[in-house]
Structure formats: C-alpha cells, structure tokens
Design a binder for this molecule. Structure first.
Ligand SMILES: C[S@@+](CC[C@H](N)C(=O)[O-])C[C@H]1O[C@@H](n2cnc3c(N)ncnc32)[C@H](O)[C@@H]1O
Length: 255
C-alpha cells in the first residue's frame, strides 16, 4: 500500500487532472476528497491499467467510460464519438423549436446524446435515434436505459428505415476526408472513422439531410455555411463565434 499523496506525487509526469479523475473513479470518491485525504493508504496499482491506456493516447472519456453532456453523465467507449459541448446547441435549439408531439429523428445518434437529452427535456416528443453503426446503437441503448429516456433506436442509413418524421436533428460526420490525417491522434486514432468523415467535401450528409425536405436542426463544421446557405433559415454561432448549427424549415416533410 502507498500513501495517496505519495502516489499522486509519483505520477507527476502525467497530466495531474487525469490522474486525479482516474484515482477518484477508482476509489469511488470525489477529486476534492483526494486533496483532503493524502494520508489514506491505497493500492499503488489501482489505476495502472487506466494510465497505460491514457498514456497510449486513448481519450480520457473512453478510459473513464463516461462524459458529461447537457447536464447528465453518459456512458461512452470507442464505438461512439465522444459528445462535444457544441453539440448541446443542437439539443437547445430542438428543445426550443420542436412542435409539440412532433416525431423527431436524430440522424447519426452515436452515443444517443442528442436523442436521449431531447427525450428527457421534452417528454411530449416521439424521439427516434438512427445510426448505420449497430455497435454505436448498443451504446445509445445503454444510455437510454440508464437515464430512463423514452427513445426508439434503429439501424438506418440516414432516414431509409424511418417512416414518419416531422423534424431531423443531427450532428453528422462532417470532416473532409483529407483533413483526417491532420487531427489530433486522440481523435484520429481512437474515435470511429465513420463518425468523423462522410467523404471528400465533408458536407455530403449535411446536404442530403437538407435536401430531404424535412425541417432540420444540424451541426456543421468550420467554414461549411457558404456551401449550404441557400437551404438554411437560421444560423446559431457557438461560443467562439463560429456558425455551428443551422436550422432549415423546409415544409414538404415526409409522412
Ligand atoms: C459525428 S458522430 C455524432 C454522434 C452523436 N450524435 C454526437 O453528437 O456525439 C456521427 C454519427 O453518424 C453515424 N453515421 C455516419 N453515416 C451515417 C449514415 N449514412 N446514416 C446514419 N448514421 C450515420 C456514425 O456512425 C456516427 O455515430
């Protein structure tokens, strides 16, 4: 056994925030508790495996098996993209704009972060999450069940398997294929490739969704607004001032 304070000092070469979060997880305590209990005896190997993975470049959220999104904790692993803070804007817009009782489809649901959050915030909606990745859908269902959200999930290429839809919400893959090699290794080598890029332009899926004729709230990438501006009725900037979410109020919805 080792003194907690000594173990933390010994791991000084690793990002101390990561060490503290991993230690807190392993001990079932808060990070604040670690600061107050430096004399506690702990097994020195308690986070060995997690540190090995982290030092190998795995994102902290995968190593911890969790991340925060829209005020809730979600389970994540390498079958899904790690939900990003800017995607909360999609939820925020959908919460505000979805007509009462609407049938809302989250296209490319991944961890289910958008679908589950929306269903919990707006229980009047009928929310469906679709993804081409059956592996991702298993994670989404786990999040739905843990949080008690009322969401249906289905394997589908975009809307192919969906009969009725009043509103699309989506954070689709939008990174141009050629940009993938320039991403941080944490993203490039660990997050699912199919969650990152739809093809050479990056806007391929965004355009297909905007051309579907269904009203939509869609996250877009840096510099992509110009290519799609003709189909967009409102644009919401993220906290850094970048146009991040577009709203299309196309009226000829599929029924
Ligand atoms: C950028 S991730 C977003 C995941 C989650 N919605 C989020 O915001 O964190 C895109 C998701 O779209 C899925 N996807 C890619 N192509 C698709 C397609 N043609 N039809 C349905 N889903 C697709 C991927 O498997 C991935 O889970």
């Amino acid at each position: 056994m080792t003194r907690l304070a000594d173990l933390r000092a010994r791991l000084r070469g690793v990002d101390p925030r990561d060490v503290d979060l991993l230690l807190a997880d392993a001990l079932g305590r808060s990070v604040a508790w670690l600061f107050a209990h430096g004399d506690a005896d702990v097994d020195a190997a308690i986070i060995e495996e997690q540190l090995r993975r982290r030092l190998g470049g795995e994102p902290l959220q995968y190593v911890r098996g969790r991340c925060d999104f829209y005020g809730r904790e979600l389970f994540v692993d390498d079958r899904v993209l790690i939900p990003r803070p800017e995607t909360e804007l999609v939820v925020e817009q959908a919460v505000a704009r979805a007509p009462r009782g609407a049938r809302v489809v989250d296209v490319g649901t991944g961890s289910g972060c958008i679908a589950v959050s929306l269903a919990l915030e707006r229980p009047d909606l009928r929310v469906i999450g679709v993804d081409v990745s059956v592996a991702a859908l298993a994670v989404a269902k786990r999040n739905r069940d843990r949080l008690g959200a009322r969401v249906e999930f289905a394997a589908s290429d975009l809307l192919a398997a969906v009969k009725e839809v009043d509103l699309i919400v989506s954070n689709p893959p939008y990174i141009p294929a050629a940009d993938i090699e320039r991403l941080q290794t944490e993203v490039r080598d660990h997050e699912p490739r199919g969650a990152l890029t739809p093809g050479p332009r990056g806007t391929e899926i965004i355009e297909r969704l905007l051309h579907s004729g269904v009203p939509a709230i869609i996250e877009i990438g840096y510099g992509q607004l110009e290519a799609i501006r003709g189909h967009v009725n409102a644009v919401i900037d993220d906290l850094t001032g970048i146009p991040r979410v577009v709203v299309s109020s196309a009226r000829h919805g599929r029924k």
